[in-house]
Design a protein around this ligand. Structure first.
Ligand code: FUL
Length: 479
């Protein structure tokens, strides 16, 4: 005879544990470092070097080092400006394609050591690194693999130089939150006076595995852009635009890593987690040119909604001007842009609404969790329920025109399609927008015509797996 209370207790335990367990992971999933990186959302690029002083974008490799002469260089001004523009980190071009090094390297004379700046005792990489530590900004570097100055470029000797340069940077300025191996490769250049075109097979020539290992020996958490060993991916254009459908899943096939069409959307059934980064300059050029002006507030807002709002990080470039500063017109525009975004997202009008879900896994995965700021809490459906809806009921009709959604990506990215409707005068109506409502991922933001809603409904229409929604917010955008 089985003792009844024990049997009931056992059944109850089974029931409780089956509803309390979290949904299965839906692979691929991010590493802890990728998640932390995705949570940065916006950080800055800095392009600065000989090009700045010679009105160029791609120096040939023979521009005299003496021309690098900022009159008023102040890396703290850069960092203060970037922080006021909401940037969480900065990536500096330690060396661009022209080969000129912004730190006093032992590997070449073509460096800041031979520039008049601080009588050859300057070190822009070091100065920025220090300013970042002081003001709490994450620090990263761009070191162009293509080097149009080096005589050995295209031969083994250069690869050794490139790796030594990485080692110096790691030793003196690491650790880095991100390291950029730029994709522009080979072609014509000065190459120690040879003045010719040299082509290489990038996937083999640079020994990217070794380059990565040098960086990871110090800090295995450094995110890597480019080469054969990326932990994040380029979005495939420099216009500041991710596609609406945006999967973090991708492949490590070198062909795919260079396929701009695939890069712009990700690969729904890709086998690795490779989140996208949108890199774009606040001005037309990456480097400073007197005749260029910053993008308008409206353009920059579009860039924000088409990057962060489409499940991608934004790497926004600030060209340093000839004085050695972020130009006032750029900093004013960037701060205005950041404040506009902050104003929009400061008031989630759903906060006091009553939320209900068509299906909920268990109280531990309550739909209420989508309204709190705790990243570890989320609403989840039962296993096998990949279609469900959330309804938010307001105390009184509430106007709104923007919705932000987040999936709980530590368990993977699942949603393939969703829709947003509002309830007014006894009927449900779809919101008006051109924005396709497909994937969500880490974050998705949809702008639409302002509605005055009694209720708001988000329907998750198709998904790869169990729904795990971490956050839903609705806002009133002014511009
Ligand atoms: C490209 C480079 O060729 C541009 O000059 C710039 O540095 C951009 C961020 O990456 O590949």
């Amino acid at each position: 005879m089985i003792n009844k209370p024990i049997l009931y207790g056992f059944v109850l335990l089974l029931l409780v544990s089956s509803c309390a367990h979290r949904p299965e992971r839906s692979y691929p999933i991010p590493t802890a470092q990728q998640l932390e990186w995705q949570q940065m959302e916006t950080y800055a690029f800095i392009h600065f070097g000989l090009n700045t002083f010679n009105d160029m974008e791609w120096g040939y490799g023979d521009t005299p080092a003496e021309t690098f002469n900022p009159s008023n260089l102040d890396c703290e001004q850069w960092v203060r400006t970037l922080k006021a523009a909401g940037m969480k980190g900065v990536i500096l071009t330690a060396k661009h394609h022209d080969g000129f090094c912004l730190w006093p390297t032992e590997t070449t004379d073509y460096s800041i050591k031979n520039a008049p700046y601080k009588d050859g005792r300057g070190d822009v990489v070091g100065e920025l690194c220090e300013a970042c530590r002081k003001h709490g900004l994450k620090f990263g570097l761009y070191l162009s693999p293509w080097d149009r100055h080096q005589a050995e470029y295209g031969r083994e000797g250069y690869v050794e130089i490139y790796h030594r340069q990485i080692q110096e940077l790691v030793d003196h300025y690491g650790p880095f939150f991100e390291f950029w191996f730029d994709g522009a490769n080979g072609g014509d250049g000065w190459y120690g006076g040879a003045k010719e075109a040299r082509s290489i097979v990038a996937s083999e020539y640079y020994d990217y595995e070794k380059a990565r290992d040098i960086i990871w020996k110090q800090d295995p958490n450094t995110m890597i852009f480019g080469g054969t060993v990326p932990t994040l991916r380029w979005i495939g254009n420099e216009d500041g635009r991710a596609e609406a459908t945006q999967w973090c899943a991708y492949s490590l096939d070198f062909g795919d890593l260079n396929n701009t069409k695939l890069l712009s959307t990700g690969i729904a059934n890709g086998e690795v987690w490779l989140p996208a980064e949108v890199d774009v300059s606040i001005r037309p050029g990456w480097f400073f040119h007197d005749n260029e002006t910053p993008k308008s507030l409206e353009q920059l807002l579009d860039i924000y909604y088409h990057s962060v709002g489409r499940n991608a990080n934004l790497l926004l470039n600030f060209p340093i001007d000839k004085s050695g500063r972020i130009n006032a017109s750029d900093s004013l525009r960037a701060v205005e842009w950041h404040r506009t975004i902050q104003n929009t997202f400061s008031d989630n009008v759903l906060k006091d609404s009553k939320v209900t879900a068509s299906n909920t896994r268990s109280p531990r995965f309550s739909p209420k969790h989508v309204l709190n700021d705790d990243y570890t809490q989320y609403w989840a459906t039962d296993d096998g329920i990949n279609k469900a809806e959330l309804v938010f009921e307001f105390h009184e009709p509430t106007s709104l025109n923007t919705v932000a959604l987040q999936e709980y990506i530590p368990l993977g990215q699942n949603v393939k399609a969703f829709s947003i409707s509002y309830y007014r005068n006894g009927k449900w109506l779809p919101v008006e927008t051109d924005e396709p409502m497909t994937t969500i991922g880490y974050k998705r933001i949809v702008r639409f015509e302002t509605v005055n809603a009694e209720k708001l409904r988000v329907r998750f229409v198709t998904a790869k797996g169990t729904l795990c929604i971490n956050q839903v917010g609705a806002y009133r955008r002014q511009s």
